[in-house]
Ligand binder design. Structure first.
Ligand code: SF4
Ligand code: SF4
Length: 114
């Protein structure tokens, strides 16, 4: 099987249908020490706090597409990029192409054959 290309995927940057079904609205949690939180311009656009005040990446919705991270650019399964790649929080750095989280995200977004 050819290596997975994150640039042609983005599945782990979009909310999973199983989460959507449960009404899950808090996306990736941002650790207190994340450099992203020291950028007020980006915080305003990309971060929301949950009921407990914990910062998370914001989810945005587009017609005909699953809700996805506000930092994601492009079209899922075609050409995508992370607009804060060097500032992305720690959980974003743990998912690796081909690991369990990756494959589950791809399966749920119908990208198994991409
Ligand atoms: S789901 Fe896997 S292949 Fe797709 S962007 Fe995430 S890590 Fe990369
Ligand atoms: S910050 Fe970047 S890597 Fe993390 S979920 Fe958003 S688009 Fe994906």
């Amino acid at each position: 099987m050819a290596p997975l290309s994150c640039e042609r995927c983005g599945a782990c940057c979009a909310n999973l249908p199983s989460n959507e079904a449960e009404g899950f609205v808090d996306w990736v949690e941002i650790e207190d020490t994340a450099p992203l939180l020291r950028r007020p311009d980006l915080v305003r656009k990309l971060v929301r706090r949950d009921a407990a005040g914990v910062p998370h990446l914001r989810l945005v919705t587009s017609p005909g597409a699953p809700s996805a991270c506000a930092a994601l650019r492009g079209a899922l399964g075609r050409r995508v990029s992370c607009s804060i790649y060097h500032l992305r929080p720690r959980p974003c750095r743990t998912v690796q192409p081909g690991d369990g989280s990756c494959l589950e995200a791809r399966r749920q977004h119908g990208l198994d054959e991409a």
